[in-house]
Design a protein around this ligand. Structure first.
Ligand code: SF4
Length: 290
């Protein structure tokens, strides 16, 4: 990893600025933040993370449409609701691949876990994010009442099929890490050092620029490789840098088609292979990256 100390310094500064509550209204983490109770926060986090595909604006609208009918205590509502009522509540729901029957099956799966375990955290496998994701995946399918519709909906990815399991890892980051914008509800079950980065296209692309991986396709192998590099910068909490790097892409600071004008105001330019190509290495001190 080139310029390790410089990279550590810049990413630490970037994370300290980015990982504040100021930006969370443009991130699905805003939803679990609304609910103080543990069962509600876990339930809403699972719903919001599972919808984290597509454009942020669409995700925020879709999750809002799921949560509004569930009222102020979604976990209690799901425990009490009948399947026929769920179908009526979401009879006109439509977000990308998610149709009413897929959403109903997903919520029925959550209800199954809540009724059988009380909350979601008994499904956590200690110190093992991948097995935890697999346990959730299997239990949700089992309780869904309609596995085919749930699989068609794209709400659940099989975490053991070699993909990056991004949404599962995002859910676990929210639940395990304690520092903002995450909640730390499951910090006694999994250590932050065991988490795997929720690998999206922004993280993969910027990770290539920073020399964390040479892989071009998102996969669990790429996610582990990038996480290992981040662990060299902070062994106890490698995902500390995840939110800040992801938001360079999400917020348009480092768009897919970056031009030199983007690199000129980017805090990573000195340690980024693409930024160095863009050529301007003037100091970023004092630049407002938000
Ligand atoms: S320096 Fe340029 S290419 Fe590198 S992360 Fe910043 S905007 Fe993206």
């Amino acid at each position: 990893m080139p310029n390790r100390e410089k990279l550590q310094h810049i990413l630490t500064q970037l994370s300290d600025i980015k990982s504040t509550v100021k930006k969370v209204d443009t991130d699905p983490v805003v939803f679990p933040r609304r609910y103080p109770g543990t069962a509600d926060r876990e339930t809403v986090a699972l719903i919001a993370a599972s919808f984290a595909f597509g454009k942020v604006s669409g995700i925020l609208k879709a999750v809002e449409k799921v949560l509004t009918p569930l009222g102020p205590t979604p976990a209690d509502t799901l425990r009490a609701i009948k399947e026929t009522e769920l179908k009526e509540l979401y009879s006109d729901f439509n977000y990308r691949f998610v149709r009413p029957e897929g959403l109903t099956a997903f919520l029925a799966g959550i209800r199954h876990i809540l009724l059988s375990r009380g909350t979601l955290n008994p499904l956590v496998i200690r110190e093992n994010p991948l097995e935890t994701a697999d346990n959730f995946y299997r239990q949700l399918l089992k309780g869904s009442g309609n596995r085919a519709a749930l699989c068609r909906s794209n709400l659940l990815a099989d975490p053991k099929r070699g993909g990056p399991a991004k949404r599962w890892m995002l859910f676990l980051r929210w639940m395990v890490r304690e520092k903002a914008p995450d909640f730390g509800i499951w910090k006694h079950l999994i250590s932050p050092s065991e988490l795997i980065i929720p690998l999206d296209t922004h993280i993969l692309r910027i990770s290539r620029y920073l020399g964390f991986t040479g892989r071009k396709s998102p996969s669990m192998r790429a996610a582990m490789e990038i996480t290992r590099c981040l662990a060299e910068l902070d062994p106890a909490d490698p995902l500390r840098f995840d939110y800040a790097i992801a938001h360079l892409g999400i917020d348009g600071i480092c768009p897919r088609e970056q031009k030199s004008r983007h690199c000129e105001i980017c805090p990573l330019q000195e340690v980024c292979s693409e930024g160095r190509i863009a050529g301007n290495t003037k100091s970023k001190e004092g630049l407002n990256i938000q």
